[in-house]
Design a protein around this ligand. Structure first.
Ligand SMILES: NC(=O)c1ccc[n+]([C@@H]2O[C@H](COP(=O)([O-])OP(=O)(O)OC[C@H]3O[C@@H](n4cnc5c(N)ncnc54)[C@H](O)[C@@H]3O)[C@@H](O)[C@H]2O)c1
Length: 354
């Protein structure tokens, strides 16, 4: 086993948002790597118990990152490494519920940082969003030094706010913080829903033989990153000392057209219903997303290894294996069960994220 993975053996690790799409994959890997204890703090607002592994070294605490009683409970276990993944997800959700977004992503992050600093932890890894914080006019590929003051949703603002608080705790208290910026994670573990990403939602519609709702022209591109590659980047960020105080993109470094994505998913699922074109979402101002992963390569030795079509096939396989749990958990507004009605008719807002 690589040294950075071995370093988690016998470690005590706290994962906030550990029952979520990325968190469950991270938690599973940490449990399997022989961590002494993996503590999950999650309020299950968009995470699921059934998605967590049954492991003897896993402790699950259901609660809000703002709940001081729950925070005392999880920090009583003396975590050495904290992965802060809990967040109110994502763009459209934050437009519909901006104050909730600020409380969880802003105040929640501040509170986890405060407890981490008081507890004297060894490493704090923050889940930032490269899809969010660069704005829409940055040159491609997106590099870490670029800054934008023109963000288009509350979620984008609060993911940036979390980074700014991380900087404060690093500069003021020398808290060993690392800021990882994810780009469009996909893979096993993400349950579809009104506020979820395009890939799980496309697979969900496709497996029901419905047309895939495409918000835009289909020429838009995204940098889709397989969740196992994100988990690998997180484990590295929690280990390598040169990452402390730094921010780095965790992405695939490859661009995929949404139209190609839709065709591949229809092929993989044998869906004959094709594509349904819908209006572009007002806040979705990014026609292309592509990240530079040079810095993560230099600082962490990060090298994403999963070919896109292989990752998609694994994701479809996961859907087939867990179909009844997924159907029971997928949350769409009433009247959104058909991809033809893949837009919120009242507000004229399409339902897919990113
Ligand atoms: N998925 C992506 O493409 C992507 C891209 C960029 C950044 N990120 C960031 O990565 C992190 C994980 O994303 P994800 O895709 O796994 O999202 P997710 O919604 O699946 O996971 C977030 C988890 O946090 C929990 N949570 C929400 N509010 C909480 C609260 N107040 N207290 C405790 N728990 C709470 C949810 O129940 C959920 O299990 C988030 O911080 C997100 O902003 C994700």
């Amino acid at each position: 086993m690589a040294q950075y993975r071995e370093s988690y053996h016998e470690k005590r690790v706290l994962v906030t948002g550990g029952a979520g799409a990325i968190g469950t994959n991270l938690v599973r890997t940490l449990c399997e790597s022989g961590a002494a204890l993996v503590i999950v703090l999650d309020d299950l607002s968009s995470g699921y118990r059934w998605n967590l592994p049954a492991a003897r070294n896993l402790m699950f605490v259901q609660g809000d990152v703002l709940d001081e009683v729950k925070l005392k409970r999880v920090f009583f276990e003396e975590p050495q490494v904290v992965f802060h993944l809990a967040a109110f997800f994502a763009n459209q959700n934050s437009i519909d519920h901006p104050e909730h977004d600020l409380m969880t992503n802003g105040m929640g992050t501040l509170r986890i940082l405060e407890y981490s600093q008081l507890a004297g932890i060894e490493r704090f890894v923050y889940a930032s969003s490269g899809c969010s914080i660069y704005g829409s006019s940055a040159p491609l590929p997106l590099r870490e030094e670029y800054m934008s003051m023109n963000l288009s949703t509350p979620y984008q603002i609060t993911k940036m706010l979390g980074e700014l608080y991380c900087n404060f705790f690093y500069n003021n208290y020398r808290l060993p913080v690392v800021k990882t910026r994810f780009f469009n994670s996909y893979g096993p573990g993400e349950v579809p829903g009104q506020y979820r990403n395009v890939i799980p939602n496309f697979i969900y519609w496709a497996l029901q033989g419905k047309p895939l709702p495409l918000t835009g022209t289909g020429e838009e591109t995204r940098d889709f990153t397989y969740v196992e590659d994100i988990v690998d980047g997180l484990l590295r960020a929690g280990y390598f000392p040169q990452a402390i105080g730094q921010e780095m993109n965790l992405a695939s470094g490859e661009e995929t057209r949404i139209l190609d994505l839709a065709h591949w998913i229809n092929e993989l699922t044998d869906n004959k219903s094709g594509i349904q074109y819908l209006q572009r979402r007002k806040w979705d101002t990014k026609s292309r997303l592509l990240a530079s992963i040079d810095r993560a390569g230099q600082l962490l030795g990060y090298k994403p290894g999963t070919p896109f079509k292989e990752g998609l096939a694994n994701t479809v396989e996961w859907f087939r294996l867990h179909w009844s749990d997924i159907v029971a958990s997928a949350s769409f507004q009433p009247g959104m069960s058909s991809a033809v009605r893949g837009a919120d008719e009242k507000k004229g807002q399409p339902v897919l994220q990113h």
